[in-house]
Design a protein around this ligand. Sequence first.
Ligand code: NAD
Length: 408
Amino acid sequence: MGLMVQEFKKVGVVGLGTMGAGIAEVFARAGFDIVGVEIDQAALDRGRGHVDKSLSRAVEKGKLTEEERSEIDARFTFSASREDLADVDFVVEAVPERMDIKRDVFGDLDRICAPGTILATNTSSLSVTEIAALTDRPEKVVGLHFFNPAPVMKLAEVITTVSTTDETVDVVTEVAKRIGKTPITVGDRGGFVANALLVPYINDGIRLYERQIATREEIDESVKKAAGLPMGPLTLADLVGLDVCLAVMDVLWEEFHDPRYSASPLLRRMVAAGRLGRKTGQGFYKGKDDAPESRRTGRLAQMVREEETLDIGEMLIAAQIDDAMRMIGDGYASAKDVDTALRFGCGYPKGPTELLEDRGAESVITTLVSMGEYSLTTIAVPAPLLMDRLPDVEDSEGHGGCACHGGA
Ligand SMILES: NC(=O)c1ccc[n+]([C@@H]2O[C@H](COP(=O)([O-])OP(=O)(O)OC[C@H]3O[C@@H](n4cnc5c(N)ncnc54)[C@H](O)[C@@H]3O)[C@@H](O)[C@H]2O)c1
């Protein structure tokens, strides 16, 4: 038997970059002692700098008092040696997304940490199962996938493998709750829940753009309007990083070989050209004083604009709803999981099944079918679960006796 969560005191975080620094902060704020490990002293100083900056900002914003801040500071130990992880109760790994680096780190963690210590990886796109198999304790290895920025985004995806024991899953789910996150627990599958629903939608936005159906501003604005999203897919792509988007598309493609998951050629070219979005200063947008694009005048764009059943925002949302309904249909995630993932991991005011509820299955299916007619999607047939939501003829004639269609 391993430790119960209540007995956890010390948490190791390996890699204090964009994600690791935020993850360490989240644990420290929840009262855990942290051993933050980096590759060398220079990286350690940078990692400490990330944490300092974030905590200072919280103090400035009045979200943290000076006193709380010094308590949090006191919980941190920084080290350039993994050997200092010998007495931690739980580890989160957040080193770069490369299997050779993960192999090196997990080999060491397995040797250094006590046999009962649970090891979690923050990987977005590598196989958690493969990472678990690098150790002699695969039953104690899980994915614990945070979202950027880790101190802000509430979602934590707990990824289990065929080897993970129920006890391990229970403990990690409990840990996630204790640090104030909203966990969803799913199996090890390409993109997990949030990225598998978000990135193909971003890719769809890029496809509409590259096929000159609309300008980047029209695409972004129409989705914001359709679903109340904080930003549109092209702005989001720039923020997430085009390289990250491409990597997720390629993982999904490798996993499923479904044409829906083939990366947009433009996305691939932009990554090849080094236009990765905000981090390189240029993606779909160039920055603040980038003038809006003029309207696209392609023949297909005209046809689409004239088609009543086609609204850019609704198209992108309909395809995402379809993806979600397939995921639910496959039994990979529940309706609640998919809604939680997009609400708490991606800032959606409503999740896909709620967006479906608002629109009704008929409207979503009509959009998908029209998209097919203009070859704007590779979805040939709407998801069975979506079709199943159509009110059947019997019901609408009043013979079905179904309470949900009652009323007037
Ligand atoms: N950036 C995101 O939005 C995001 C979101 C969710 C998950 N992730 C995942 O989190 C992980 C880390 O991503 P990131 O964006 O924080 O990367 P990053 O490059 O910002 O940080 C990685 C850190 O690991 C350190 N490092 C490298 N080798 C190391 C080693 N052998 N031992 C200890 N530290 C080492 C680096 O010095 C760096 O500080 C990846 O698996 C990534 O897929 C990233």
